[in-house]
Design a protein. Sequence first.
Length: 154
Amino acid sequence: MKVLATALLFLGTATPAYAQVMPIPRSDFDEALAQYRSYALQEFQTVVETWVDAVNAGALDQAAGLYTEDSYVDIEELARGRESVRALLREWSEGIRHVQVGLSDFDASGNMSYGTLQIRVSPDEGSTRSGVLLLVLRKEGRAWRIRAQTLTLL
């Protein structure tokens, strides 16, 4: 009886095979996903650099060209569509001397990618303000464009 009780105890605490964690070799899918994310991150960084350079140079037509036709932007005010975004960027950038950003988080899936960035905005006069910039990009043909943007300055 004691042997049976001991055997039942061991059987009762054994982990079933389907619940055991087994090392899973890296599959072709995982490799392809890693390559895609790397590609999407490079494209994301290119769009961000182009946006920052355009804003810093006052080239707001170039910056507006980075947005989708149906973009949604919240930079202290709301704008929908590329032409409204152009006007909002022009208004927002008045009195700004320099913008700097640093990537905090990034992910991509399908034809969309998103990232959060730390942003520093240095005005012509007054104190530098910091905050968070959220960008959502959508791939249109071969180009990645800004689909949504939200800026929160502290």
